[in-house]
Design a protein. Sequence first.
Length: 293
Amino acid sequence: MRTASPAVSVPVMRSSRPVGARIGTGLLYVVLIAGAVLQILPLVWLLLFSLKNNQEVFNLPPFALPSHPKWENYENVWQQGNIGRYFINSVLITVIAVVLTILLASFVTFAITRMRWKLSSLVLGLFMVGMMIPVHSTLIPLFILFQKVGLTDNQLSIILSYTAFNLPITIMILLGFYYALPREVEEAAIMDGCSVNRMFFRIVMPMTFSVIATAAIINMIYNWNEFIFVNTFISSDNLKTLTVGVQNFVGQYTTDWGAIGATLMISILPILVIFLVLSNRIVEGIAAGSVKG
């Protein structure tokens, strides 16, 4: 005769997270969503602004839809406002300045962190002092210098200025990563007869690609949006960049506000797309440099 087995109680699975933690997470998401909306609102306003005429710009609320969107504003600024030329100038100056800055900063950082010489600390300190110099305080000295050497109204003056002012921050970004690179790899390369130059280009630079990508994106954003150097050193219309070319739509008596909005939207889109595509590289490079440094 069998006896009934005692009932086995099954424990009820409950959430291990306390109620306070879930409420805190929910509030964090609310704050983050609100911050994201606040960041997107200026872009929405600029898009609507670029599709309006002058009367709608002043008579309608900022986020009101235009009665008849003026997509022709984009066509007009590209064909009649010389925006295509400004766009090419911006791309050319930005790419050359970024490549030159990354290359020189890599040379300097490699020499400071991987080589032994007496003045390395002094040179690093001089570069870091460069971060404390306000840009506006250098405009007149730079203009006089470029005028004496014949570089005013020349895109080379813009490239040199961007490179000089971006070198300190680029070196600082690369510095922590370079200090943490394993020396065993370099020692093995030297034992195999590798020269310093070949070791730098074939071994060290590929190992630092993530932090180089971070520095390149930061430099690219600054160069693309810069205004004051181009406005000061460039006077020829065919050498201007997008940020300065927008002034062509501001007249003495009338201003085409829709065209200005379209130009600003065109200038924002490339850098916005590149940043969204490569944003993970920024986080990866900064995290790698901070942890390894």
